[in-house]
Design a binder for this molecule. Sequence first.
Ligand code: ATP
Ligand code: FE2
Length: 302
Amino acid sequence: MKLCLGIESTAHTFGVGIVSFKGKILANAKSQFTTTTGGMIPTDVAKHHDVVKARVLAEALEEAKVSMKDISVIAYAELPLVPINHSVAHLSIGDLICKAKDPIYLYVSGPNTQVIGFAGGRFRIFGETLDIGLGNMLDKFAREAGLGFPGGPKIEQFAKGTYVELPYAVKGMDVSFSGMLTKAVGLLKKGTPLGDLCFSLQETAFAMLAEVVERALAHTEKKEVVLIGGVAANKRLCKMLDDMCRARKMKFCAVPLEYSGDQGVMVAYQGILQFTNGERVAPEKVDIHPYERIDEVEVSWK
Ligand code: ATP
Ligand code: FE2
């Protein structure tokens, strides 16, 4: 059985995934940097990754019951390397887990909020945030409220109360979250209950996204929605999108928590897709493009 090892380390999570070339997931080991108060500081995150990397790799190999000599692709030095785009990897693992063929993807992570579909040989962004990503908006509000990082799960937990009006900002196919963040932080300082604000942030932001996804379905005539990225873990967001899809008799799939946020499995799987389509680079030619957008990626595997 040919195996690919994927390493995720671009943000808060150090993860190692092992996937067979037939798409069987053998291991998903990870360690996430967290805080109880305050946000993530890059040097602390780097230290975290350095401390946990050997343990996470050992855990992945143990979980898969293999050793480094059973791995045929990715892994540093002698083996072939396949550079992948992190966002594209989030989408591809969504296809695998949801058995989706040609969905509209709602990709909601810390920095990213995009409505994406495959059209004319590329991933196209039909709508996106004009300012901050959904996850970052939730994280920033949580930080102001002293809830620690990551803030999204805490907000979900506290989201119970009365609706407080916040700016509903849909502009064409795009959305904006900074206005509601400013308003909510202001109300928090004036003593509005935390539960009301968490509830209202979720209701407003998620309704905006459901509206844009619904319009993307109508424009493209695609029949399924895949929800991906760390915020896909949110039950309320899933419920709203599921209701919208049911009303239109469309398929909805939220990628389960284990594979929705950052992990090494998506990196390994994306590596396999590209490797089997002839992509690889020599280790000394490896280059990093932190600002590469999803619509700039050459797609060899679809
Ligand atoms: P990118 O993939 O765009 O580089 P990232 O890797 O930083 O971003 P992910 O790991 O996909 O992001 O997602 C992290 C985000 O998910 C954080 O902002 C976190 O607060 C949010 N999140 C996690 N669980 C929940 C939840 N239950 N509800 C809302 N948000 C959540
Ligand atoms: Fe990510």
